[in-house]
Write a protein that binds this ligand. Structure first.
Ligand code: AMP
Length: 422
């Protein structure tokens, strides 16, 4: 199938040509005709499948055919709600690219930055608004945004949205949408609570599914290095010596962990940067831009910050730790080998994490190839139940000690400081 067969208008076909898209991806083939036919869609698809274009293209076509669009002041006709700033920015860029030869304008709003520029963009008027939930509600409450004219609503990455605790915000947003509208709902996974939420949004939806989250792209080769926890920094340096790894996205479970990895890499003069929730929006954007430009070779990210990072031609992903949710692993390695490119995923597992590897292999129904030939072999053994209990107790004790010390220090520095006050 070609894009020409999807009854798209010439201005969109021309923009797709500029993007060098020749054939629609599976989700685009399925979703575009349904959305053009004004149907609600419940889409089960992860990032990397071409999901953004699957909803952006038909929405642009709907809007382009609406000749009222350029007369008078523009009102927001389409709203896309997505969980992270990175995703929001990338969706905005996609709309800009596919609507290049139309009059349709979009803007993106998200938290963590001053609102002035976003408010100004809304005043100038846009057709498509891409937003994260918190800032959207904030600007709605201040009277800068009205959803009264929304005709096309997209809830993107619904599962991640609920994971991040946005359920109440989402419900408040839905309550303000006009009843008469077309709604599209996308989620990588479809647990019960997501299906429940979709029922509150969609009317007689058509269900489409591509690459359920358990499936890893066939183009991604997966490797596993077993080592001791204490040897992970050295093993990472050893792996990065491979000249074939020019650019790599390294995943770390925690913000502190990713900062620690970057500190170690910088000591060895490796160009690296971290992105996570504690970094300012500007720092995150700069790191991402420099990575895309090839100025940064190693980008270290937490799962939430990395969601939606779209780097064309990224070939390598390293799991510095193994996620305890197997779906997270599938999302992580899906960052490379996108849109048919080849990808290589390397996981570094200590003895305790081997249990997660077994879960991952069960979910994906694939064996990860073990690399034995390396200088830091695993000699630790997984803890037994009693040791694990003792370990957890000790961890809890250290955590309490850390917070007690921190509060004591803060109290001494600032006598007015009380817990919970920022
Ligand atoms: P997404 O799943 O929306 O995050 O898209 C994944 C990647 O695939 C992005 O880099 C898109 O630019 C790219 N892409 C989307 N549709 C196509 C297509 N039909 N042909 C080639 N690349 C595409």
């Amino acid at each position: 199938m070609k894009f020409e067969n999807l009854k798209l208008i010439p201005s969109i076909l021309k923009a797709l040509e500029d993007q060098n898209y020749t054939h629609p991806t599976s989700i685009q083939e399925k979703a575009i005709p349904l959305i053009l036919n004004n149907q609600d869609v419940l889409g089960s698809a992860q990032t990397g499948t071409g999901k953004t274009a699957a909803f952006a293209i038909p929405i642009i076509q709907h809007l382009a055919k609406d000749n009222k669009i350029t007369s008078g002041r523009r009102r927001v006709k389409s709203l896309i709600v997505t969980p992270t700033r990175e995703l929001a920015i990338q969706i905005g860029e996609s709309f800009t690219a596919y609507a290049k030869y139309t009059q349709i304008k979009n803007t993106v709003i998200f938290g963590g930055v001053k609102q002035g520029a976003q408010v100004n963009a809304m005043h100038r008027g846009v057709d498509v608004l891409v937003a994260t939930p918190g800032r959207l509600l904030d600007l709605m409450n201040q009277g800068f945004i009205s959803l009264n004219d929304i005709q096309y609503f997209v809830l993107d990455e619904a599962d991640r949205m609920l994971d991040m605790g946005f359920i109440h915000d989402i419900k408040k947003i839905i309550a303000k949408l006009p009843k008469q509208r077309q709604s599209l709902f996308f989620s990588a996974t479809m647990p019960k609570n997501i299906v429940e939420l979709s029922r509150q949004i969609l009317r007689n939806p058509q269900k489409i599914a591509v690459n359920p989250v358990s499936s890893t792209a066939e183009t991604i080769q997966q490797f596993l290095y077993k080592t001791n926890k204490s040897n992970k920094p050295a093993l990472l340096l050893h792996i990065l010596k491979d000249p074939k790894i020019e650019q790599v996205l390294v995943f770390s479970r925690t913000k502190h962990g990713s900062d620690r990895i970057v500190r170690n890499l910088k000591k060895k003069d490796i160009n690296s940067a971290a992105i996570h929730g504690d970094k300012s929006q500007n720092q995150r954007q700069r790191a991402l831009k420099e990575f895309k430009q090839g100025k940064v070779n190693v980008l270290v990210a937490t799962d939430i910050a990395a969601r939606g990072i779209d780097i064309d031609k990224l070939q390598h992903v390293i799991n510095y730790d193994i996620p305890n949710e197997s779906e997270t692993y599938v999302h992580r390695i899906g960052r490379c080998g996108r849109a048919g490119e080849n990808g290589i995923s390397i996981s570094i597992s200590d003895a305790e994490e081997l249990a997660y590897i077994r879960d991952i292999e069960k979910l994906t129904k694939q064996k990860i190839s073990v690399i034995d030939d390396h200088p830091f072999p695993q000699t630790d053994k997984p803890m037994n139940a009693a040791e694990k209990k003792e370990f957890e107790k000790e961890k809890q004790r250290k955590k309490q000690e850390f917070f007690a010390n921190r509060n004591k220090k803060r109290g001494a520095q600032n006598p007015g400081f009380r817990r919970g006050r920022r």
